[in-house]
Ligand binder design. Structure first.
Ligand code: PEP
Length: 258
């Protein structure tokens, strides 16, 4: 009974007026789609405006990152205390943060603990590089990332994991649905070993990497895949709506509330 979740990661795209227009273009229809949790993750500067637009709808808000300290002399950073009034979700450990901003497993772990401590739901991203995938090291890498990110975390009741093979992100080269299903099953097993079967069964694990309206069904039809973290395709209103609608048609019945 895991409610499917589709999150749109807008990355460093859209200024304030473009973000507003994008939300306005999809909001009425997005709000009506049942059985799927819908999360928009615009840039920080648009969080307040998007929150106003989605108020009273079924659409939720997420940030793309946060720092691991509450406040202080950390010029340019955004703290969980600033986010808790604004949004429920925060993407952490995205491969672009790991690659371009030198975020290590240790940093991701600090952020995950801090986000959970403030009641934010981390969308924790893990994924292997192409060379690791080709060398058959995917499970080893993923297990290491999951264990490191969750070191010292006692409860995963507010947690979403996104499996995002690095070679599939923004490349147009999506992974294969069956293989993703196996890797996500493996992540669930890793969670089960640490937190027990029940926790693992309830945890939502998404796929991310070049998801489009044309390939979403391949992923959502797999039993272990609970939704998607969508980058590029979340910037196009009709495409994002189609991704959410297809998810609702395929897995919307799994939701308890709807
Ligand atoms: C992402 O931003 O997490 C992502 C998967 O991007 P894209 O869908 O563009 O590959």
């Amino acid at each position: 009974m895991r409610k499917p979740l589709i999150a749109g990661n807008w990355k460093m795209n859209t200024n304030l007026s473009e973000a507003t227009s994008l939300v306005q273009a999809m909001l009425p229809e997005l709000d009506r789609i049942a059985g799927v949790e819908k999360v928009l993750c615009p840039p920080f500067i648009s969080l307040v405006a998007v929150r106003e637009l989605i108020k009273g709808t079924s659409v939720e808000l997420g940030a793309q990152n946060m720092f691991s300290e509450d406040k202080g002399a950390y010029t340019g950073e955004v703290s969980p205390l600033m986010l808790i009034d604004l949004c429920a979700f925060v993407i952490l450990g995205h491969s672009e943060r790991r690659q371009y901003f030198a975020e290590t497993d240790e940093i991701v772990n600090k952020k995950v603990k801090k986000a959970l401590g403030f009641g934010l739901t981390p969308i924790l991203c893990v994924g292997e590089r192409l060379e690791d995938n080709e060398a058959g090291r995917t499970e080893k890498i993923i297990k290491g990332q999951v264990q490191a990110a969750l070191a010292g975390v006692n409860s995963t009741s507010h947690l979403v994991i996104a499996y995002e093979p690095i070679w599939a992100i923004g490349t147009g080269r999506a992974a294969n649905g069956k293989q993703v299903n196996e890797t996500i099953g493996f992540i669930r097993q890793t969670i089960s070993q640490k937190y027990g079967k029940r926790v693992a069964q309830d945890l939502r694990i998404l796929y991310g990497g070049s998801v489009t309206a044309n390939n979403i069904a391949e992923f959502i039809n797999q039993p272990e895949i609970d939704g998607a973290l969508v980058g590029g395709a979340s910037l196009k209103a009709t495409e994002f709506l189609s991704i959410v609608k297809q998810t609702s048609e395929i897995k919307g019945h799994l939701s308890r509330e709807d």
